[in-house]
Design a protein around this ligand. Structure first.
Ligand code: 26V
Length: 793
């Protein structure tokens, strides 16, 4: 496609799809027109991929996920199609800011955090490696809430990514399924008929996902919930207008909003409805597609691999058994075995409060047939494994992790440490019975978005040094190693980092009015706010550092900028307190003239994929400081290291593997290990003892308690302090001294910029393994038995 072709296509869409004259077009119109022009280029590879899959009768992968945190799509598609330079030129000629066009796109936040972003990286990699695949999820009308701060407190507002035209998707009015809830089951012998009481329509919307170099495209199919009857005409004619619209409102509620809680609150009927809704629609669609090609359902595991992204779609087990046994008449045991042959399950957390369980009461009323099938699945498992001690149903609850394990032929962890802990803890008994099922697939991130697009300064330098093959083969970054010894290369590496920091400083000045010195160390912690991630450890260290700087201003301090971003679940009171505290500390520290050249703190609101793309390339230091054993993997940690930020981190999740790859000398390790954490927790008054032993920590806590950061309201953080001193389950106090000391070591190394830049460049050169292409190839081999389709065939 030449520049002229692109311009013609853009102007064509502006005129015929948007009905706009270029003279009157707004940035929005240009953005949508460009998206449609780019989308046109995706359709042929998309069709070709589908045809090649049918022609070769290839196995298909289905990735079922409640969340796809995809962010913006336009730049990504342009980059994958190799249209970046041409697009820039077209807009330059038109006299329109290409930047502004890209910025106009809403950030699709159909996910909470790491789990949803991983699903989005996987879609990119599945297309890049030409693995026939579909993503299946929910087309939420409202994604994750927007976050604002009012007097330092988080306020949530609804998000409206669909307010304009969604340029990427194709609505499929013909692809609909009726999904039932509630009602009763009529059993006769082995057979059963479920008569649901309530029905909604699941309607498909497809977004093509193009891979690197535009050779292959897969489909993300998201389901919308619609009523079976638009409205009740009889009631409308009687003048009962609100009542007439009720069925519609009720049905649409199912796909109305993403649950923002990755927190404890469970047992919400709407959430279970969402889970069943999208899982059932997806399975019906999968079977329909299979039956267009094959007639023997026993072949299903050879042609279909279904991945459960956490337990959210765990109802797929019993639902697939129901479809095979009740609807298609297959024998029950055979149905269970076929289902297991297709299904596999990824576990993303070991935190007990995060493991899904549903009361039998709720499950029985919404999904009566499924509850009965789960009992039978459990019984079958008991019969086949007479020594077993676990059950999927226990104390009146269905445990979705156990159910998923029993119904899956592979269960995977998301980092080496997490997989080991899974075997030792939550699934120890099931692992004993089925030692071949648990495998490790360490997470990865797509280098297209998380290096090539978000960091043109660095990716340009990499291209110049080793060519551009690394984008599709990230382990080739190792070819940078010899360049790292070249002072000229290191200088250019430092220049690229500086450029990104200047751009971020500009952004922070414009949006927050905070002035940042681009020569200061940019120390960044960005992720959801959770106690186990320990943002409070970071802010305590910030306070301690500020105190030390005030006490001894001429001690040769390394200037620092502490940047935070992240949302708290609306009902997570402690997390919200931590946000408030960080904002209070930021206000106080930033107003202190004594330290204004040495320390700044900024909490950037509304963290999302787009903000991450700005922050990560500008980071010097990446904060990965969770309590060891609690962060299953982390993926931000990988993005930072790839972009040349050094990590200060614990031996947790994928930090362990990052450190193995970059080398212990190029990683700032601190804190207790997972076994030490368990031991320490058993020590009486561990927190109080740790506070007593660290004057820096004691001083920081004392400042909080005396209202230094909340003048006139010294009690504002009483509960945080109380928790730290008397409970401190996540061992903030016990890890504080080690963290504080390591941070001072970080200060020292940063002063030696030659050394720092060598370490940073080695981080880039040695983190090619963390590409999600590598992860996907691992799943294809160990979990799905799926293969890439030779492109062009
Ligand atoms: C976390 C928590 C924390 C405390 C309260 C309850 C609760 C509930 C859920 C979660 C996390 C849910 C699953 C999840 O998002 N896991 C994340 O998955 C990422 C991709 O594998 C991984 O990198 C993160 O470490 C993991 O937390």
């Amino acid at each position: 496609m030449t520049e002229a072709d692109l311009r013609d296509s853009l102007l064509h869409h502006l005129k015929y799809s948007l009905g706009k004259d270029p003279a009157h077009a707004h940035i929005y119109d240009w953005r949508v027109a460009l998206s449609l022009a780019v989308r046109d280029r995706i359709v042929d590879p998309w069709f070709n991929a589908t045809r090649a899959t049918y022609a070769g009768q290839h196995k298909r992968v289905y990735y079922l996920s409640m969340e796809f945190l995809i962010g913006r799509l336009l730049e990504d598609a342009i980059v994958n199609l190799g249209l970046l330079d041409r697009s820039k030129e077209v807009f330059e000629e038109l006299g329109i800011s290409f930047e502004a066009v890209l910025e106009n796109e809403p950030d699709a936040a159909l996910g909470n955090g790491g789990l949803g972003r991983l699903a989005a990286c996987f879609l990119d990699s599945l297309s890049t490696v030409a693995c026939p695949a579909h993503g299946y999820g929910i087309r939420y009308e409202h994604g994750l809430f927007r976050q604002r701060f009012v007097d330092g407190r988080q306020v949530e507002e609804p998000e409206t990514w669909l307010s304009g035209k969604h340029a990427w998707e194709f609505e499929r009015p013909e692809a609909t399924f009726e999904i039932g809830f509630g009602g009763s089951v009529v059993e006769s012998g082995d057979q059963a008929v479920w008569q649901p009481e309530e029905r909604v329509i699941a309607a498909a919307h497809d977004t093509p996902i193009i891979g690197w170099r535009g050779k292959w495209a897969n489909t993300l199919r998201l389901w919308n919930a619609k009523p079976t009857r638009i409205f009740d005409l009889e009631r409308f004619n009687r003048g009962e207008y609100a009542a007439a619209a009720e069925p519609e409102a009720l049905a649409r509620t199912i796909s109305r909003v993403l649950y923002p809680d990755d927190t404890t609150e469970q047992g919400k009927a709407l959430r279970l409805k969402q889970e069943y809704f999208f899982t059932a629609a997806s399975l019906r669609d999968i079977l329909r597609r299979f039956l267009t090609e094959y007639d023997d359902l026993r072949k299903l595991p050879h042609k279909v691999a279904i991945q459960l992204n956490d337990t959210h779609p765990a109802i797929a087990g019993p639902e697939l058994v129901r479809l095979l046994h009740d609807d298609k008449g297959l024998d029950f045991e055979e149905s269970v075995d076929i289902a297991r042959g297709c299904l596999s399950y990824t576990n993303h957390t070991l935190l007990p409060e995060a493991l899904e369980r549903w009361s039998e009461g709720l499950m029985g009323s919404l999904l009566p047939r499924h509850l009965r099938l789960i009992e039978r699945i459990d019984d079958l498992h008991a019969r086949r494994n007479p020594t077993r001690k676990v059950t999927a149903i226990e104390h009146g609850h269905v445990k979705m992790g156990e159910l998923s394990f029993i119904m899956a032929h592979r269960i995977n962890g998301v980092s080496a440490l997490h997989t080991d802990l899974m075997k030792q803890t939550v699934f120890s008994e099931l692992n004993r019975l089925h030692p071949d099922r648990i495998v490790n697939e360490t997470n990865g991130v797509t280098p297209r978005r998380w290096l090539l697009s978000c960091n043109p300064a660095l990716s340009g330098l990499i291209d110049k040094s080793i060519g551009n093959d690394w984008v599709g083969h990230l382990d080739r970054l190792s070819e940078l190693e010899p360049h790292v010894e070249d002072a000229g290369f290191r200088h250019e590496y430092a220049e690229a980092k500086k450029k990104n920091k200047v751009a971020l400083a500009h952004f922070v000045r414009e949006t927050e009015g905070i002035m940042l010195d681009p020569d200061a160390m940019f120390d960044i912690q960005i992720k959801r706010i959770h106690e186990y991630k320990r943002q409070h450890l970071n802010i305590l260290e910030t306070i301690a550092l500020w105190r030390a700087m005030r006490e001894n201003p001429n001690a040769g301090w390394t200037p620092r900028v502490k940047i935070f971003a992240g949302k708290a679940a609306p009902g997570y009171i402690f997390a919200k307190k931590i946000i408030h505290l960080i904002n209070d500390v930021a206000r106080t520290v930033n107003a202190d003239p004594a330290t204004s050249d040495l320390l700044k703190v900024a909490y950037l609101p509304n963290y999302n994929v787009t903000l991450a793309e700005r922050l990560i390339p500008a980071a010097d230091l990446s904060e990965q400081i969770s309590t060891a054993g609690k962060e299953a993997s982390g993926t931000g940690n990988m993005k930072f290291a790839l972009n040349g930020a050094l990590t200060i981190g614990t031996l947790d999740g994928a930090n362990v593997e990052i450190r193995d790859h970059v080398g212990a000398d190029n990683f700032f390790l601190f804190g207790m290990t997972a076994p030490e954490v368990i031991e320490r927790r058993a020590v009486d008054e561990h927190a109080r003892k740790a506070i007593e032993a660290s004057p820096e920590l004691a001083g920081a806590i004392a400042d909080i308690e005396s209202g230094v950061f909340s003048p006139g309201e010294p009690d504002r953080y009483a509960d945080v302090v109380e928790n730290l001193r008397w409970s401190d389950y996540f061992l903030v106090c016990s890890d504080f001294a080690s963290y504080y000391d390591k941070q001072r070591e970080v200060d020292g190394v940063y002063l030696d910029q030659e050394r720092w830049m060598r370490m940073a460049a080695l981080n880039t050169a040695r983190t090619g393994w963390f590409s999600s292409d590598r992860t996907i190839r691992g799943y294809m081999q160990d979990v799905w038995s799926a293969h890439s389709v030779p492109i062009g065939s």
